[in-house]
Write a protein that binds this ligand. Structure first.
Ligand SMILES: [Zn+2]
Ligand SMILES: [Zn+2]
Ligand SMILES: [Zn+2]
Length: 323
């Protein structure tokens, strides 16, 4: 990497760090039925966060685009932060110019949030708390997708690492924002209904939104991506509340799956399609089983076929070959 590129990556970095920090603060202020005061700071910080993150995307294309008048932009004033920057509305239309399309309803919510910020600064909360909360939830809902779809893919490694760490913090708190849970789960309902037998509780955010796949499992609510190797243990430790401690010493947390032979068959998993019935679930096959039993002879799980008297295939073969 040449010197010029290095210095450019450095100047791209700080607005992003700042924007995600505002986002985290907004999320903290929204947790668990926020007071009027917390709601006020949630709106202020969310608005700042949206604006800075939208502009971060502009900067990645061209730092001049965040100037109120790009024609007058100089690198020196950009580095010092000594300039009038464009408004949130201008940022939205410039994003569209560079091919980053923001859905119309999200643009309206962002514009409303900016106006609300202005009113808040002068008059305090004028809308009802419930209305404010619902609107912040809409913007937050948008922002989670924006970060994932338009920021993460175009960041340099160091920026992406920082963003990933901060977004883990954000994700772990999202479920405590009831208004967001309602908004976002409603928006995801149709998508989630496509794979009810693969949909489990996400270890990161706790929502019924983790879609397990044989390759990569993603939570549609918080966008956490779960490593195929680590997911079964995370599920057992966090969702089944067994903790990590016992398993660090090497105690098995999963059985060998009789279908794929991986050690990723977990007991007591709840699946969205049948949410009250704990089942065995293989994280490698991405499949829930209601036809697996423990063999009465060797104790290993096996797929039951009729009339084997509780014995797995191996034990059955051994016994019959003896006679
Ligand atoms: Zn999640
Ligand atoms: Zn399997
Ligand atoms: Zn057996």
């Amino acid at each position: 990497m040449g010197d010029r590129e290095k210095s450019e990556s450095r100047i791209e970095f700080s607005p992003l760090v700042n924007g995600v920090d505002y986002l985290l603060s907004a999320v903290e202020h929204l947790e668990g039925g926020p007071s009027a005061r917390n709601l006020k700071y949630a709106v202020l910080h969310l608005q700042a966060g949206v604006e800075v993150l939208l502009k971060s995307r502009l900067i990645i294309n061209d730092w001049k685009l965040v100037f109120g008048r790009p024609g007058k932009a100089t690198l020196e004033s950009f580095r010092k932060g000594d300039f009038y920057s464009c408004s949130a509305e201008e940022a939205l239309s410039r994003l569209s110019d560079i091919g980053v399309e923001i859905p119309k309803d999200a643009r309206e919510e962002i514009t409303y949030l900016s106006r609300q910020r202005n009113r808040l600064q002068h008059f305090g909360l004028t809308d009802t708390a419930a209305a404010v909360e619902a609107r912040t939830a809409n913007v937050l809902n948008f922002l989670l997708d924006f970060i994932r779809n338009h920021l993460q893919p175009v960041l340099l490694d160091t920026e992406a690492d920082h963003l990933a760490t901060q977004m883990n913090l954000v994700r772990s708190r999202l479920h405590r924002i009831q208004s967001l849970v309602t908004t976002r789960m409603q928006a995801l309902a149709q998508q989630l209904s496509r794979a009810p037998w693969q949909t489990l509780h996400c270890p990161q955010c706790g929502q019924w939104a983790l879609v397990v796949d044989t390759q990569e499992s993603t939570c549609l609510f918080c966008h956490a991506q779960h490593d195929r190797q680590e997911l079964p243990l995370d599920y057992v430790a966090i969702i089944l509340e067994q903790g990590y401690r016992a398993f660090r010493k090497g105690e098995p947390y999963a059985d060998r799956c009789p279908q794929c032979d991986d050690e990723s068959l977990v007991h007591g998993v709840l699946v969205a399609a049948d949410p009250d019935r704990p089942m065995r679930f293989c994280f490698s096959c991405a499949e829930a089983f209601d036809n697996i039993d423990d063999c009465t002879r060797c104790g290993l799980p096996f797929i039951t076929v009729d009339d084997e008297g509780g014995l797995c295939g191996g034990c059955w073969d051994e016994l019959t070959s003896r006679d």
